[in-house]
Design a binder for this molecule. Structure first.
Ligand code: NAD
Length: 286
């Protein structure tokens, strides 16, 4: 089989983008990394090296893999330079529709006509992102999880017009990266955010109603359902402001009471208790 995808461009090299670039480089792809400044790009490269070195020290990868992967990463502040050779672009800029549309409009001009344009959005509509380009059939979601080098799931999100060939190509890429992809129809929250947020909000309502303590609610899912972490602890890690934002979005789009944000969530966010990042949420974090 001829490999259609050899070069991947990652646009936005923050928390997710640099992890995606790392996984792609380790998997043998040539990777163009693009961000707004040289400083951000150099920081991303340094963090990738640090993560790979950590893996090497723990015996997970040999030293030559670290060097080979680093040698496949090409940072550039010029979007055209990143886009032109790419067979697949994974966009990972902040979660704002207008910004993503602006990037996709530019990519549409700068990429080869056969390039696939993917977004790592966790909640935005893929159809709306695809609506600004001349090749909507080559647009889809490629949703990685944090941290991308550890988490095995990739949600591949197809909108009504995404071609099946494009879905297959991206599934192949995800598998070559050692991931287990699932295919999801473009719908608010996809599978993961919709289910994860529903569970988290219900746990908050139970806490509000005094049904059990935060620790016991989490323990119920950890010990009774084998979840790696309970829903309140997960909410603290994700950030309560982020959870509230997604809940409001899903409530508006899906019109289901399941997603109405509970008072306790609004109150904690208003008090600046955002979870791990602020030191206090449902739990105290050191
Ligand atoms: P982040 O803020 O850590 O990184 C975003 C990067 O994009 C930054 O480096 C920023 O400089 C860069 N950027 C901003 N404007 C740009 C532009 N015009 N051109 C190029 N680069 C630009 O954000 P993140 O957490 O990595 O999230 C990125 C995307 O991934 C979002 O859509 C988010 O919803 C999604 N996502 C995040 C997570 C997570 O846990 N953080 C998980 C899955 C998906």
């Amino acid at each position: 089989m001829v490999e259609r995808i050899r070069t991947i461009a990652v646009v936005g090299t923050g928390t997710m983008g640099r992890g995606i670039a790392q996984v792609a480089a380790v998997s043998g792809y040539s990777v163009r990394m693009h961000d707004v400044s040289e400083v951000v790009l150099q920081r991303a490269l340094a963090q990738i090296r640090e993560t790979l070195e950590g893996q090497r020290q723990r015996g997970k990868i040999p030293a030559d893999v670290v060097e080979a992967a680093m040698g496949r990463l090409f940072p550039t502040v010029d979007l055209a330079e990143a886009a032109a050779p790419a067979d697949l672009v994974v966009e990972a800029v902040p979660e704002k529709l207008s910004l993503k549309q602006e990037i996709f409009r530019a990519l549409d001009q700068l990429c080869s006509p056969t390039a696939i344009l993917a977004s790592n959005t966790s909640s935005l509509s893929i159809r709306e992102i695809a609506s600004v380009v001349s090749r909507p059939e080559r647009v889809l979601g490629m949703h990685f999880f944090n941290p991308p080098h550890v988490m095995r799931l990739v949600e591949v999100i197809r909108h009504e017009g995404t071609s099946s060939e494009v879905v297959e190509d991206v599934l192949d890429v995800a598998r070559r990266m050692g991931k287990e992809p699932i295919v999801v129809r473009d719908s608010p929250g996809f599978v993961t955010s919709r289910l994860g947020v529903a569970l988290g909000l219900e746990a908050m309502r139970m806490l509000e109603q005094g049904i059990a303590s935060a620790e016991d609610i989490d323990r119920a899912m950890e010990l009774g359902y084998n979840h790696a972490m309970g829903p309140l602890r997960v909410s603290d890690l994700v950030g309560l402001d982020v959870r509230l934002h997604i809940a409001e979005y899903l409530y508006e789009k899906l019109r289901s009471e399941v997603f109405r944000p509970p008072d306790i969530l609004r109150r904690l966010v208003a008090e600046g208790k955002l979870g791990k990042k602020s030191g206090q949420g449902f739990y105290k974090w050191d």
